[in-house]
Design a binder for this molecule. Structure first.
Ligand code: TYD
Ligand code: MG
Length: 447
């Protein structure tokens, strides 16, 4: 079997050019390292043993991190931590390592950075842990020996720079990354060592990124954030031992990552003043309701080229909503540039924030003010109708807690609510976006 070092394409005969990725002379014969490991019968694990593993959770004491893991780390769990270079993966994991090292032996394998660099970072974070060991090593075969040394947790930073001498693949290629991850995961499981693997997500996309490893590991978490924001969001996209959808929020400061326990406060910018083109919505992330501010700028397009840009919203959804607004509200957006931004660098998946987007765009287009005391919740259908949203009580509790005065919600939700719970918060049930907009304009008139 021949395998392309660049993309992993397999073929039975040697080819000069890879039909998959087009690379020249990239084929090498698959080496025997895999065969050796496949020889003995696979070891069987009884399902009862698995359930005993499951019960042991080791909290890292970093609450936002534990939340994403599902309550703490499990012995033998393999976690892939992905993110763009420079986002703060090493910082986060060094902090996690030092917390776990309070009770357990931890090894931090720094394959990318020298120990002097780690030392600088550790000083900056104020880390000093007796049970935390470091090694600057990028040879996988050597690293495997360290799994014998009784560590509870090993952190590999990063998978992209590990070398496997016996494999002819070039550094950072898919084959080499996948093989390293396979071998490490296998060894970790066998020895009962928990493992964090750092994987850079590269701009070019998935090929050399951690996407190709997602099926190998137990848990995949991504660390993300906007370039110009200090806020970082940790999100699980796969978790064999916990629920998805939970996020952890951090702020990168000059002395490391700080947990943000009240994320709504950071996603809503500035105080007090009403402005056009801005509306507050509420998204549910796991079990937490978080308020977010959606900002829109609608301006006449110049040179007949219409620009559309969305930061934080899924672009397809954004386009769909603009088209729907054009049709249902009669807005002439066809010759307008539309830019949308969700403050704080959060990425929104919850469709219930549609209504906030509609309000932000409409208010910028028509230049009317949306009072700051309003929050908008609702998924918007293609004919402009508001769909029922789930977990409305939880969202309204958060809205009330943060002192907002008015909440616009789908009429169908309002009918089923226990209004006594939300005294002090005025609820407006609406059927469609037209009704919401006219009520908002009226509200302004009253103030
Ligand atoms: P790093 O953890 O090295 O990112 P990654 O491992 O994902 O590549 O963090 C890189 C950035 O974080 C770097 O630009 C400096 C910044 N930083 C702080 O702002 N404060 C800190 O305390 C630390 C350690 C880093
Ligand atoms: Mg790093």
């Amino acid at each position: 079997m021949f395998i392309c070092r660049n993309c992993g394409y397999k073929t039975f005969k040697w080819l000069g050019k890879c039909p998959e990725c087009g690379a020249w002379e990239s084929f090498t014969e698959e080496v025997s390292s895999r065969k050796e490991r496949e020889d003995p019968l696979p070891s069987l694990t009884n399902i009862r043993e698995l359930s005993t593993i499951k019960e042991e959770r080791f909290p890292t004491q970093i609450k936002e991190f534990d939340r994403v893991l599902g309550g703490g780390l499990i012995k033998g769990e393999v976690v892939l931590v992905g993110g763009e270079p420079g986002i703060g993966k090493s910082t986060l994991l060094l902090e996690v390592a030092s917390q776990i090292a309070k009770n357990k032996k931890v090894l931090y394998v720094s394959a990318e950075e020298s120990l002097a660099q780690i030392n600088l970072r550790a000083k900056r974070l104020g880390i000093d842990a007796e049970n935390l060991f470091l090694v600057n090593e990028d040879n996988l075969e050597t690293l495997l020996l360290l799994f014998e040394k009784d560590f509870f947790l090993i952190i590999i930073d990063s998978i992209q720079v590990l070398k496997i001498a016996s494999l002819g693949a070039s550094l950072g290629s898919l084959v080499q990354i996948r093989e390293s991850a396979n071998i490490l995961t296998e060894t970790a499981k066998k020895k009962g060592v928990s493992l964090f693997i750092v994987g850079h997500v590269t701009k070019e996309g998935v090929i050399s990124g951690p996407k190709a490893l997602e099926h190998i590991v137990d848990c995949v978490i991504y660390f993300e954030g906007e370039k110009n924001s200090n806020f970082r969001i940790l999100r699980a996209v796969k978790n064999r031992f916990g629920s998805l959808g939970e996020i952890g929020v951090f702020e990168m400061t000059s002395s490391g990552l700080k947990e943000v326990e009240n994320p709504s406060s950071i996603f809503i910018s500035g105080e007090g003043r009403s402005s056009s083109g801005s509306a507050v919505g509420c998204v549910l992330e796991g079990v937490r309701a978080i308020l977010v501010e959606v900002q829109a700028l609608v301006t006449r397009a110049s040179f007949g080229m219409v620009r559309r840009k969305s930061v934080g919203f899924d672009f397809n959804r954004f386009s769909l909503i603009l088209a729907m607004m054009e049709k249902r509200l009669g807005l002439n957006l066809g010759n307008q540039d539309v830019f949308v931004n969700v403050t704080g660098g959060i990425r929104i998946d919850d469709p219930c924030s549609d209504l906030a987007l509609v309000l932000a765009v409409a208010s910028s287009y028509e230049d009317f003010l949306v009072p700051r005391e309003c929050v908008f919740i609702g998924e918007v259908g293609l004919s402009g109708e508001l769909r029922r949203v789930y977990n409305i009580s939880q969202r309204l509790s958060e809205i009330k807690r943060l002192g907002f005065l008015y909440a616009f919600i789908p009429q169908s939700n309002l009918e089923k609510l226990n209004l006594k719970e939300f005294l002090g918060l005025k609820l407006y049930g609406c059927r469609d976006i037209k009704e919401v907009i006219s009520k908002v304009k009226n509200l302004k008139g009253k103030n």
